[in-house]
Design a protein around this ligand. Sequence first.
Ligand code: FE
Length: 481
Amino acid sequence: MALMTAEQYVESMTKIKKRVYFMGELINITEHPLAQPALNSVALTYELCFNPEYEELFTATLESGEKVNRCVTFWKNAEDLIKKYKMIQITARLTGRGNSRTVGADAINAIGSVSYEMDDDLGTEYHPRFLKYLKYIQDNDFTISGAITDPKGNRSLRPIQQSDPDMYVRVVEKKSDGIVVRGAKMHQSVAVHAHEHIVAPCTTLREEEQDYAVAFAVPADAEGLFHIMGRQPSDTRRLEGDLFDLGGINQGGNETLMIFDDVFVPWDRVFMCGEWKWSFPMIHRFAGYHRNCYGAGKSAIADIVIGAAALMAEYNGTAKNSIIRDKLTEMVHMARTIYACGLTSCVEGYSTPSGIFNVNLMYTNVTKLHVGRLTYEIARLAEDIAGGLVATMPSHKDFTDPIIGKYVNKYLKGVDGVPTENRMKLMRLIEYFCYGQGSVYFLSEALHGAGSPQGQKLLIERESDLETKKEWAKSLAGISD
Ligand code: FE
């Protein structure tokens, strides 16, 4: 079964016994109303593999001739990365969030390429081990979550200096048949709807921190593994049984605090164990791939927000106003800047020793830094154009109420010819992305996902090559030392 249908995926989720808590209760992730939108979004990534219009982007053909999901393959050239990029763009346009399976794909390509280089350097045998694991994933068309971010405790202290040594995932026991790991990973998107989790370190480690230099894979039902699902803005509107006040959107995601309460991992699922020097390449390979995704995903959500703002201007009767048109142009300019930066990081990537193609590190970090700024500015302009009603609008229940509904209908009307209901729906859509549930994906994730802004600046500085630039300036100015 190289490609599962959406139905087979949902069915597979019902069969895995997962421990997921939400608001103090164990929940069923295929039935709970707050988990279903995310299930729909992952299911869509399966469905689109069978859609003739999108199949080229969502699937890839292995050397064996077998067709698999693009997210369970190694990227071999710029074209592969561009297809991945466009795949994310399509998913984000259809769901209002990124592609649920790319975080796993980024982990696969990071571990795939780094394990090869690590084996070459140290004589370890992680790469063939990882290839075997990947084949298992491909054969079953599994969704993988990439678990990277540790809780970190006191940010001014290193992992080894924390008063609680579990603030970073670590090996607590080495056995003849495997290792036992303890710790937690934060903000785990897709984790509750994945079949497997790939876990890797989130910080550069030193020699005395070998226990933290660990990368491995665990099945979703591993003993000792469980999730505490986070809240999202306006999340309990999903319990009202009406999509109207959620902008009509039945797609989404869930993030979890993922706990490893002494989880056993057999050796054939361990891809780094103590090789602290390789923690830096491991993290930055993953971060590089993952930051690139945001150029496609966030620009696609920005396009929806821009469309909503332009339509709202029509509904409000301000569409012809030159100031409004200028604001919309400004928004388009920002969205296209994000998109172009991300695309450049695919086009100007490079081949690593394993043959796996990496993104351009300068451009992927420039992309992500822009994403964390410009999406907020786009959201601000969308709210500006829409008006204050986006934050003060009565509920759908009031609109349909037999007594007060007619007042809501009368006073919330914009231009003639546009039903009040349509204007209200559009207000909710803008609210959803600017500070409702969708803001998790349009804004917060844009800021902190794949690393917070300072992390990108660090890499931009590393890649800056100021010495060469100084030479160019000196040469033009006629300065000779
Ligand atoms: Fe992410």
